[in-house]
Design a protein around this ligand. Sequence first.
Ligand SMILES: *Cc1c(COP(=O)(O)O)cnc(C)c1O
Length: 239
Amino acid sequence: MTDRKDELAANLAKVERRIADACAAAGRARDEVTLIVVTKTYPASDVRILAELGVRHVAENRDQDAAPKAAACSDLPLTWHFVGQLQTNKVRSVVGYADMVQSVDRARLVTALSREAERQERELGCLIQVALDAGESGRGERGGVGPGGIEELGDLVAGAPGLRLAGLMTVAPLTGPYAGREQAAFERLMDLSTDLRRAHPAANMVSAGMSADLEQAVAAGATHVRVGTAVLGVRARLG
Ligand SMILES: *Cc1c(COP(=O)(O)O)cnc(C)c1O
């Protein structure tokens, strides 16, 4: 193995251990939690190594970075998640490679994604990004809709051709009542997921937890954790 492959294999093993321990501590089966590796700012060669090491889900947050990487890796058996703030002028590109958009947070974006998914004859899974630092009906610093906006947006996605409402996503807030209380934030997301599933039973994905707080997310009931740094290393620039 190359040095990089050794390094990624060792990091993946550590993250796998953490997820397995968190599942055991929570009385959950290991297969209830899916690891998504966030490959933003890292090259396509790393994505290829991750696929060789058994990773099946990767995530990106900037189309400029992601589009060429996804094209270079189109032969790999990967599911691509888009997790960044998404401008409508990038929708055409993103729908070209993403299987899932986790950052759906406004009606205009739903309309654009639906139109493009239909045009490209793709089915796109959508998660509503919930901002827990925004108040009931505000918008988050880093994207996302306040809890009061979930129902309307969920109904809109569920009725949009080409889109499939898959669930909810959040990032632990840095400000507001949940700052520094990751597990409470993720438990709130679970409650919101329970509400959403009353109307949309299949929308059962709960994407929460990153390198620093994946244990709290697993404890709260997350189905997907999004881990970058702990697998690939500290990013050289903001991403
Ligand atoms: C970068 C990013 C992650 C991964 O964060 P790490 O701290 O590197 O694990 C997860 N989710 C989103 C939305 C991100 O932008």
